[in-house]
Design a protein around this ligand. Structure first.
Ligand SMILES: Cc1cc2nc3c(=O)[nH]c(=O)nc-3n(C[C@H](O)[C@H](O)[C@H](O)COP(=O)(O)OP(=O)(O)OC[C@H]3O[C@@H](n4cnc5c(N)ncnc54)[C@H](O)[C@@H]3O)c2cc1C
Length: 426
């Protein structure tokens, strides 16, 4: 087994519930920082995690962390989309602008690829590090006291110094953190998502240019935006569109979508958009994913600061933020670094510092998703024709040119003083 660089052992034991991107990344970061993580994942096999999902994006603030995991970014780059731009069109078909991301290279790598493929690379890295990943482990409850935290898993109690709840948008850990069971709400939006081999459209005169090489295009209209892209030199093709939804919040990635339902939403849209939808192969992957929204949580940590929520359990993101996955990686990076610096005797201080460092940044990042959606869905086309860049995705340095680990190490002392000051006033 390769010997990866690790900080000296801290003796801190960490139970991580959920092996999604948030959980598996937090485990890798805990291992790097000298803690002892154990992952408990309810799925019986890794295929249960990798077989769902399609295009997923890591912006530089998320993807730069993969560079610290030997071999991971190189493996991801081989399967990721090779574009550094987005072509944007009016919903009736007029080309408006090409937004280039080339200048962001200095901020770190961008990775856009198939969720299952990218996940498998991270998972394999965790296995190579020797991380204890236990599948078929369903956590049903959480508890804590002043000296430890624990979970009930498959009916048995299990203890550690810290528990990280990374079980996604339907988290049970939220209950102990909040003190009540909050219900997910409809965001009022849903997403149709499809992924299929590029050869299905490579002889279609209207669509073949979309798979002649890797491409990335978006059509923007009232209450809807439609994105299509191809990867691996056009061998893989995918499209997604976010649309207003009736408020049914069945959160399922497996809910099948129907081409005829999708077509109703894009009636009157550019012929190319309708052709893309019509070309979705029968038996191909097409799902209707209802976007769940949750009110921002007042806190990410439990009363005794032994349990922390991370990833979608703490903060579901709208796809228009392009930040859900990246922020879930930042969470694990910061939590592992805070625990390292606080040490085993001051776990609660480390967990409180984690929340202080993350809280404001996460909520600011969440707000960008609403901003982009409004900018696109309520576009003023006369103004945009005068200034096409007005329709560009907002790409801000505070969010994307950001190293969560470096920031945490730099600010930890100051944050701890604030945390301990607040504790002393209680
Ligand atoms: C099936 C699926 C497909 C997705 N596809 C896409 C996509 O195509 N594009 C995109 O941008 N985003 C997608 N997402 C969302 C994206 O992966 C997340 O927003 C982001 O990666 C943060 O993930 P997370 O680890 O916080 O949560 P999740 O990815 O939801 O992972 C949570 C993990 O916790 C496990 N778990 C839940 N409850 C328990 C329990 N009680 N005990 C033990 N384990 C538990 C789950 O099985 C899961 O593996 C998908 C999410 C899921 C679950």
């Amino acid at each position: 087994m390769p010997d990866f660089p690790r900080r000296p052992s801290t003796g801190i034991t960490v139970i991580i519930v959920g092996a999604g991107f948030a959980g598996i990344s937090a485990a890798i970061e805990c291992d790097r920082k000298g803690h002892k993580p154990i992952i408990l994942e309810k799925a019986e096999t890794i295929e249960e995690i990798t077989r769902f999902g399609d295009i997923i994006s890591f912006d530089p603030n998320g993807a730069r962390n993969f560079e610290r995991w030997p071999g991971v970014i190189e493996a991801m780059q081989k399967v990721a989309r090779q574009t550094s731009w987005l072509d944007l069109y009016h919903w009736r078909g007029e080309f408006i602008t090409r937004q280039s991301f080339a200048e962001e290279k200095n901020w770190g790598p961008r990775i856009n690829g198939h969720r299952g493929e990218l996940y498998s690379i991270i998972y394999q890295h965790a296995v190579d590090r020797g991380i204890d990943i236990r599948l078929g482990q369903r956590v049903t409850d959480y508890f804590e006291d002043d000296s430890r935290a624990g979970v009930v898993v498959n009916g048995e109690d299990m203890f550690a110094d810290v528990v990280i709840a990374a079980e996604g948008v339907r988290s049970r850990g939220r209950k102990i953190v909040l003190g009540f069971d909050d219900k997910p709400k409809s965001s009022g939006y849903a997403v149709y998502r499809s992924w299929f081999p590029g050869h299905h459209i490579k002889n279609n005169p209207m669509l073949k240019h979309l798979v002649a090489q890797d491409t990335h295009s978006g059509w923007v209209g009232p209450d809807l935006h439609f994105l299509a892209s191809s990867l691996k030199g056009g061998q893989e093709f995918n499209w997604v569109f976010t649309h207003v939804d009736d408020g049914n919040i069945e959160e399922s990635w497996q809910f099948p979508g129907k081409v005829e339902d999708c077509l109703k939403y894009v009636e009157g849209w550019a012929p190319i958009v309708q052709e893309i939808v019509k070309s979705t192969p029968k038996g191909g992957r097409l799902i209707d994913h209802k976007l769940v929204f949750r009110d921002p949580l007042p806190t990410f940590i439990s009363p005794k600061a032994r349990i922390a929520l991370i990833g979608d359990a703490a903060h579901p993101f709208l796809p228009t933020s392009i930040q859900g996955a990246s922020q879930s990686i930042e969470d694990g990076v910061v939590l592992a670094a805070c625990l390292e610096q606080a040490g085993k005797s001051k776990i609660d201080v480390g967990v409180r510092a984690f929340e202080k460092i993350r809280y404001e940044r996460v909520h600011k990042a969440q707000a960008t998703g609403v901003k982009t959606r409004e900018k696109w869905h309520k576009a003023n086309w006369d103004k945009i024709r005068e200034d096409p860049e007005a329709i560009h995705l907002t790409r801000e340095a505070w969010l994307l040119d950001f190293d969560a680990e470096e920031d945490c190490y730099r600010r930890f002392g100051e944050v701890v003083r604030a945390v301990e000051g607040a504790k002393a006033k209680l």
